[in-house]
Design a protein around this ligand. Structure first.
Ligand code: URA
Length: 453
């Protein structure tokens, strides 16, 4: 039996080095015990892994690295043996992660998802309180994360508050930013954080101006928003009033936000149940000054894994047709009506299922925000789900395609088929003709997008 010891619970670098060594020595997952320095749980019979600085790096898919970065921060002790076991199995089966019915793939994905949610909560609920010390203003926040996410999140807070001096205290670990560098400090208690808060008024104003009524539409989300966060939120007392106003608030409320901020919020979206089985939110992508906005239905299997819209078979066909129509995809903004993959598990395969009207409606919040921020010249709707999302009613694509359609708010729209429709046509001559018609419609839509204001 061997033992690998990490410097701290989320020590990805330590995990990487130990896993490389263990792989090079062909140590089976059940012959490797994982420990964290200071935990005192190490197995006495185990020998420490010998240092092997030259152990070769194993080949792993990018998705494994992304999963590992998150899953290692989970509090569950099984994260380390699970990650190592997956790594060993990936050497023989490089496509293992695509098999969502595999219990280990599923378990690691769930660990990663829980961390991702916790990371989002921390970003949303950390509240700094202003103090003064010999160095001037010093902002201090107390936060109790569920998982080991302080290191994972630190870049976010540095970018946000680069110019201030601040400290985030958590029970296990604290971080101090002196305006230049981060300093890691021991864990703290709530009593170490100031309770008086001269900046509460500022937080309240900020919160009222960025309040997201979408959250209110999901009772479950409110219920789930743990009270422990609310205790630290000065603006919590505003919530009843904001709830009352929520329905009257519209997308122009986010005028001060950026697309990146909206995307960050969408990554934690739970407005409908589709977030549960999906791997991640797949948000739109493209330049913020795009004249043409292309809206599909929802991410497919490959988009769900990659986190990007239209990268699978329908996306490849779309790319070819856009090119034939003389449209540079990188100049368009590409998104979907629904941002999570809806599927049914059949054996090992995830079979696409169309989103229903309620799911499309729930996701409208994000689409509206994308539109409000981008203000494209024209919104090109690919298929019936995109049509429903933007027109707010059922559409018959065959009847309404190929000509300009005004959206309910007056913006320019255009409906055509979804590329997956072309992929389903079996007759070669029909397929050729339909594909040409699609290319012609893309060209027409792009011309209108350029003409529009
Ligand atoms: N189909 C869609 O509608 N969107 C995607 O992103 C991929 C497939």
């Amino acid at each position: 039996m061997y033992r690998a010891t990490l410097a701290h619970p989320a020590d990805l670098d330590g995990f990487r080095k130990a896993a490389r060594t263990a792989l090079a020595l062909k140590i089976a997952p059940d012959a490797l015990d994982w420990a964290v320095e200071g935990d005192g749980a190490a197995l006495d019979l185990a020998s420490p892994l010998p240092p092997m600085p030259d152990a070769p790096a194993p080949r792993v898919p990018r998705h494994y690295v992304e999963l590992a970065e998150l899953a290692i921060c989970n509090r569950a002790p099984e994260r380390l043996p699970l990650l190592y076991s997956l790594l060993v199995r990936l050497q023989a089966s490089p496509r293992l992660l695509e098999d969502r019915s595999d219990p280990q793939v599923d378990a690691v994905s769930e660990l990663a998802k829980a961390v991702s949610r916790d990371r989002h909560k921390m970003r949303a609920f950390v509240r700094f309180r202003e103090t003064d010390d010999e160095g001037g203003k010093h902002y201090i926040a107390w936060f109790e994360p569920t998982h080991h996410i302080l290191r994972l999140n630190i870049g976010f807070f540095i970018r946000r508050f680069a110019a201030q001096r601040w400290t985030i205290l958590t029970p296990e670990l604290s971080a101090h930013w002196d305006g230049q560098a981060i300093h890691w400090l021991p864990g703290a208690t709530k009593d170490d954080a100031p309770t008086e808060d001269p900046v509460e008024a500022i937080w309240k104003t900020y919160y009222a101006s960025t309040f997201n009524p979408a959250r209110l539409k999901v009772k479950a989300m409110q219920a789930e928003m743990p009270k422990k966060y609310w205790r630290n939120l000065p603006e919590a007392e505003l919530i009843p009033e904001l709830i009352a106003q929520a329905e009257a608030r519209t997308v122009d409320m986010i005028a001060g936000g950026t697309l990146a901020e909206v995307k960050a919020q969408a990554l934690g979206c739970k407005l409908c149940p589709l977030h549960g089985p999906a791997t991640q939110t797949v948000f739109g992508e493209g330049p913020t000054d795009a004249r043409l906005m292309i809206v599909g239905e929802q991410p497919g299997d490959q988009e769900d894994l990659a986190g990007r819209p239209f990268v699978g078979p329908a996306g490849q066909l779309l790319d070819q047709c856009l090119a034939e129509a003389g449209i540079d995809r990188s100049r368009a903004y590409v998104t979907n009506a629904v941002k999570h993959f809806k599927f049914q598990l059949r054996g090992r395969r995830r079979i696409h299922e169309s989103p229903n009207a309620a799911e499309i409606q729930a996701c409208r919040w994000w689409l509206d925000q994308e539109r409000a921020l981008l203000k494209p010249g024209l919104v090109l709707m690919l298929g019936a789900s995109a049509g429903r999302a933007l027109l707010g009613r059922a559409v018959t694509v065959g009847r309404e395609r190929g000509r300009p359609i005004k959206l309910p708010d007056g913006a320019a729209g255009f409906l055509t088929v979804h590329p997956s429709y072309l992929l389903r046509i079996e007759n070669a001559a029909t397929q050729r003709a339909e594909r040409q018609r699609f290319v012609d419609e893309l060209r027409a839509a792009a011309a209108l997008a350029q003409e529009a204001r």
